[in-house]
Design a protein around this ligand. Structure first.
Ligand code: THU
Ligand code: ZN
Length: 136
């Protein structure tokens, strides 16, 4: 892994300025490190119809997957308020499509970085196994 946790957090922070948040005014940045050490970032992109808003984590994972990366090592998430925001339920499930329960997720609260694992944030995620086992 090429990045330190603070470098990964800094990459998430750098993308906050690109967030398109005219409705909530709540910026979120995410930095997702691939298993081979590349980092893909995302910010939230809101929409006037509200429901089409893209979450920072979704944008980061889409950027990585479209470049052929499907194995991930770590994720950092930060909001402009540095309030310790964690990925929402939808983003947790999106991450679970590609990441194991052990994926470390670093969330920024003030000057502190709180570490969670994906399994801790989303136990018993639905997975491909859930669907294939039900066919047997
Ligand atoms: N948001 C994210 O980008 N990621 C999350 O998982 C939590 C919520 C965004 C969506 C919306 O633009 C703003 O934060 C307020 O919910
Ligand atoms: Zn989300």
């Amino acid at each position: 892994m090429t990045e330190t946790v603070s470098e990964l957090v800094a990459a998430a922070e750098d993308t906050l300025s690109s967030a398109h948040v005219p409705y909530s005014e709540y910026r979120v940045g995410a930095a997702l490190e691939t298993a081979d050490g590349e980092v893909f970032v995302g910010c939230n992109i809101e929409n006037a119809n509200y429901s089409n808003s893209l979450h920072a984590e979704e944008v980061a994972i889409a950027e990585a997957v479209k470049e052929g990366h499907t194995e991930f090592a770590r994720l950092a998430v930060v909001s402009g308020a540095r309030d310790g925001v964690t990925p929402c339920g939808m983003c947790r499930q999106t991450l679970a499509e590609f990441c194991s329960e052990s994926l470390p997720i670093y969330c920024v609260e003030g000057e502190a970085v709180v570490e969670y694992s994906l399994g801790e944030l989303l136990p018993a995620a639905i997975s491909e196994d859930t669907l294939t086992e039900s066919r047997e």
